[in-house]
Design a protein. Structure first.
Lengths: 117, 112
């Protein structure tokens, strides 16, 4: 496999369910990201991990919980979501020069389309 | 604060016509600038980027963009549109650190 792989591609869940989104990158990068893409809104950066440490958390509700067990894998754990959380969730990776260094080009997965009923 | 403004949420051109997608940015420090493209049901992929050096940047699929510091612009062009260019295009700025700021996107329609 190459690039950035996200699973599942589509997910439908009720508000009381618990589910997880998975992202895996095969590019040897040291930074990984979760973005939320909603209709008619700019991409929203949710979380950034560099060298497996979370370096940014953009005031995301606690019902979203990220996990980065190693530099190749990133998870987004979901629980008690709201219908407004329905969106395309995009994972990306990049090679950062330092822990706080410039991200440069982002490599995106194809996204996980989440629908919350 | 950094920001990106893409003029026009939708642009429609005829096949073979010039494509021009506009992007203006604000940044307190010299930025890196990017254009990404998103085809239906896919993630974003890089079209081109400006970091330093030559201000006219060539990308994939015949696209190019010119960094104009005086105008704080980074417009995307292609001399002749193809049906396969129909997609959504995102301009982005990365002043420093990890926070790449994206514009709202411009959807390009190509008419036969």
């Amino acid at each position: 496999e190459t690039g950035v792989t996200q699973t599942p591609r589509h997910l439908v869940m009720g508000m009381t369910n618990k589910k997880s989104l998975k992202c895996e990158q095969h590019l040897g990068h040291n930074a990984m990201y979760w973005y939320k893409q909603s209709a008619k809104k700019p991409l929203e950066l949710m979380f950034v991990y560099s060298l497996e440490e979370r370096v940014e958390n953009n005031s995301v509700p606690s019902r979203f919980s990220p996990e980065c067990p190693n530099s190749s894998h990133l998870f987004l754990h979901l629980h008690t979501l709201q219908p407004e959380d329905s969106a395309l969730y995009l994972c990306a990776s990049s090679q950062a020069e330092t822990r706080q260094g410039l991200a440069g080009e982002l490599f995106f997965g194809e996204g996980s389309r989440l629908t919350v009923l | 604060a950094q920001s990106v403004t893409q003029l026009g949420s939708h642009v429609s051109v005829s096949e073979g016509a010039l494509v021009l997608l506009r992007c203006n940015y604000s940044s307190s420090v010299p930025p890196y600038l990017f254009w990404y493209v998103q085809y239906p049901n896919q993630g974003l992929q890089l079209l081109l980027k400006y970091t330093t050096g030559a201000t006219l940047v060539k990308g994939i699929n015949g696209f190019e963009a010119e960094f104009k510091k005086s105008e704080t612009s980074f417009h995307l062009t292609k001399p002749s549109a193809h049906m396969s260019d129909a997609a959504e295009y995102f301009c982005a700025v990365a002043p420093r650190g990890f926070k790449t700021i994206f514009g709202a996107g411009t959807r390009l329609f190509v008419k036969a």
